[in-house]
Design a protein. Structure first.
Lengths: 477, 322
């Protein structure tokens, strides 16, 4: 008899999803003047709630509230006082961690294992970390003068984590924010708004406006927004850059990626296999820094791929709330279409597709963990970001060839190097044009470590001391 | 990779000390952080209801019920053997353990009690636990246990030789002990090779020792004597499971794995079974290929088993001491 794990679902009872949600402006929930849209559970297609779509006028209200809070309260408050609020928020996030994790998994489709063990703990850590900076800004090297009102637009892949990356440093530096969560994953941001109320954060310091592209455009182009921070697609990032060109808005963009995960023949092979799996199947591959291009040294390619396939066949796909689920649902029908489309391009270009044999649920959006072998640099699946659980496998013969192939991309967000040789790790890290280079690991995040890209992966850094630069005027201000 | 018979594949490897060293040092390295993260990740699997009941019975069938004390007496060993055959006297559906594990001078006593119950007698030989004795004494120790009726021999490797790089010496000692396991009728006692991973310290060493023991003909590889801390851990067992899995890929031969020492609770045991399942698959989920070297573990398994069948927890007094 084989070892079948029984379902071990996390209880939904900890979350209380309301039938409809308004906008969070000036410390209160309001209906707004726009229409409403639905947010669904991507694992079941069940409608979770109706959410207000912020109109231009609503965005204007939010920016005004943020401006008032900035001039009257937040920028005048001492760093030590601001830190108290941030510490309080961090502690409430920990206390309500289960609720946040379950809601994140329901709205996003990611496995509870990830939202519980990765996302929420790092969210709390981010607030703790930047709370510590709030009264020490004069030692940051970037001065201690805030910018004003920050307009922030975040993606659906890590709804709460991206919120923390944006809000924690902005508030620590004395800015106020208007933040728009993605239209498919607004619920945890709205729960975060409740946490701001619970923490007695002064009204207007954090404003959450929900909506889609139009709402985002309204924030980015609003004349009273001093700073724009965006995480999302390169296409939208370029549009934002065009919008703010010629204004005095400061901008940071964290965009797409097509990271090379480079495995040398002397790599710790079993851990490399784990790293490849974690690099591309973590969060269903909805990760901008995902290791979506595997570059493996030709001499070990066959053995490594055999091990990778064997490991992939133990991945458990299904109900995101099951504690034993490794791979959850694709976030939206639209994204699923894009993943299917690019995979079909891979087939048409002559790459060989291999996917995990598993029964997919009939409802919801699902795509099995997939690898393409026989991929060359010229293939679209080696160049374009798929943003799904699809790995393109290429081979190389020498370190120089690995560098050439790894850098031969319009992106430059992250890379991974697997080798037992320390000197090679250092030389590779120097030559890879990527903002983050992981050595013998992948997809590790920490609030103390700066994150950001080169080239079409964007500019600016988030996290660590470097992350403060985006929200301060500079040492000579 | 081709898969001819073991002997042919590794004859060249074990010809000289330097060829053996080249082979062992050429095995893929182990990244400590990654290995420990993987083991910890597997330990978060949540096992419930029918799967748990099945896992508990399997774990009981995998226990090598052990007493290895200076104060062991024939009476104590007889009691232990009785318990191995009927772990839960109140419930005849409770399976027997795989074996009892004793010092060589207790083998005859254990054998007498166990009879043809199917529960094996395992004997720790070769100057257990330190292994610090002359080779002819280790071999005599082994033969003595086999003659007394031991079904399985748990030998210790010479960690001093291993750590000073005399791999061929370790290889030959294992091969000789394996030969000493032979019985006059042509059959042979099964050989478990104990590494004492707490003394080998690094995961690279554990992987090398695993290959060394498998090439030398060990039927099982075993983590620890239980006399040195740390004894069995999840990451060490993971490395050994990967080794037996890869060895089968190359040779077609299966080798068993036995973590021993420090596994005390049902929860721990299930973590190990999950790791076996996801690293090696079904084939190893069998007492012939995976064992727990333990003494206190059995009672916790019995308590959880009773809880699953009756829905109630009973106290330790409801289960026999040995």
């Amino acid at each position: 008899m084989s070892f079948e794990y029984a379902p071990a679902p996390e209880s939904r009872a900890v979350v209380d999803i309301k039938p409809s949600y308004g906008l969070f402006i000036n410390g209160e929930f309001t209906d707004g003047t726009g229409t409403a849209f639905k947010t669904i559970n991507p694992a079941t297609e069940e409608v979770l709630a109706e959410v207000a779509e912020a109109s231009d006028a609503d965005v204007d209200e939010a920016v005004k509230a943020a401006r008032r809070a900035y001039t009257r309260v937040w920028s005048r408050m001492s760093g030590a006082e601001r830190a108290k609020y941030l510490y309080r928020i961090a502690r409430i996030i920990q206390e309500r961690g289960r609720e946040l994790a379950v809601l994140e998994s329901i709205d996003n489709g990611k496995p509870i294992k990830e939202s519980r063990d990765v996302d929420v703990p790092i969210v709390a850590a981010h607030f703790f970390y930047y709370a510590g900076w709030a009264d020490k800004l004069e030692y940051s090297g970037y001065g201690s003068t805030p910018l004003g009102v920050a307009g922030q637009v975040i993606p659906w892949n890590f709804p709460l984590l991206m919120l923390a990356w944006k809000i924690a440093p902005a508030l620590a530096c004395g800015n106020t924010v208007v933040l728009k969560p993605a239209e498919t994953t607004p619920l945890t941001a709205l729960l975060f708004a409740e946490i701001c109320q619970q923490a007695d954060l002064p009204p207007g310091v954090v404003n959450i406006v929900t909506g889609a592209g139009d709402t985002g455009r309204a924030i980015v182009s609003h004349p009273d927004v001093d700073k724009v921070a965006f995480t999302g697609s390169t296409e939208v990032g370029k549009a934002i850059a065009r919008t703010v060109a010629g204004t005095d808005k400061k901008v940071t963009l964290e965009l797409g990626g097509k990271a090379a995960n480079i495995v040398f023949d002397d790599a710790p092979v079993d851990q490399a296999v784990e790293g490849i799996v974690n690099g591309i199947f973590f969060n269903q591959g909805h990760v901008c820094c995902a290791g979506s291009r595997l570059l493996v040294q030709e001499s070990i390619a066959d053995d490594l791929l055999e091990r990778l396939k064997r490991r992939m066949s133990t991945l458990r796909m299904g109900d995101p709330l099951d504690k034993n689920t490794d791979v959850g649902a694709i976030n939206s029908g639209e994204q699923l279409m894009r993943i299917r489309e690019l995979s079909e391009v891979g087939d048409a270009e002559g790459a060989e597709r291999w996917e995990v044999a598993c029964d997919l649920p009939t409802k919801g959006f699902w795509f099995p963990p997939t690898i393409f072998t026989g991929v060359s640099q010229a293939h679209r699946i080696a160049r374009e970001e798929i943003f799904g659980p699809v790995l393109s496998v290429l081979t190389f013969r020498t370190p120089s060839e690995a560098i050439e192939k790894a850098n031969n991309t319009p992106f430059g967000l992250s890379a991974g190097v697997w080798t037992d040789k320390g000197s090679r790790i250092l030389s590779m890290a120097n030559r890879l044009r990527a903002g983050v280079v992981w050595a013998n690991t992948f997809n590790k995040f920490d609030p103390t470590s700066p994150f950001g890209g080169y080239k079409e992966s964007g500019y600016g850094r988030e996290g660590g001391r470097h992350g403060l630069e985006a929200y301060l005027k500079g040492a000579d201000a | 990779m081709s898969t001819p018979a073991t002997s042919a594949v590794y004859d060249d490897v074990v010809r000289t000390d330097s060829s053996l060293r080249r082979f062992l040092h050429g095995l893929p390295g182990v990244d400590q952080v990654g290995c420990e993260a993987r083991a910890a990740g597997l330990a978060t699997r949540s096992i419930k209801t029918t799967s748990k009941a099945w896992a508990i019975d399997l774990a009981i069938r995998m226990v090598d019920l052990t007493t290895l004390e200076g104060q062991d007496t024939h009476g104590k060993v007889r009691a232990l053997a009785s318990k191995a055959m009927r772990p839960d006297p109140a419930d005849p559906t409770c399976p027997a353990t795989a074996a009892v594990c004793v010092y060589p001078d207790m083998v005859a006593t254990a054998k007498q009690t166990l009879g043809d119950s199917g529960v094996h007698v395992a004997a720790v030989a070769t100057a257990f636990p330190s292994g610090r004795a002359a080779m002819d004494i280790k071999l005599a120790d082994t033969r003595d246990a086999v003659e007394a009726g031991a079904d399985e021999i748990d030998m210790v490797i010479d960690r001093g030789a291993f750590l000073s790089g005399r791999y061929l010496q370790v290889f030959e000692e294992i091969a000789q002990v394996r030969a000493a396991c032979a019985r006059p009728d042509g059959t042979s006692a099964h050989l478990k090779v104990i590494f004492e991973t707490g003394e080998l310290q690094t995961y690279d060493n554990v992987r090398r020792a695993s290959w060394l023991a498998m090439m030398a003909g060990g039927h099982f590889i075993k983590t620890s004597t239980g006399k040195v801390q740390p004894a069995a851990t999840l990451p060490v067992t993971l490395i050994m499971l990967e080794a037996v899995r890869d060895f089968r890929d190359q040779t077609g031969q299966m080798v068993g794995v036995k973590p021993a020492g420090g596994i005390k609770t049902t929860k721990d045991a299930i973590k190990y079974l999950v790791m076996v399942n996801e690293t090696c698959g079904d084939d190893w989920l069998d007492p012939d290929w995976f064992r727990f070297g333990a003494s206190t573990l059995l009672n916790d398994l019995l308590m959880q088993r009773t809880k699953m069948t009756t829905g109630r927890y009973s106290g330790p007094d409801y289960f026999t001491l040995d």
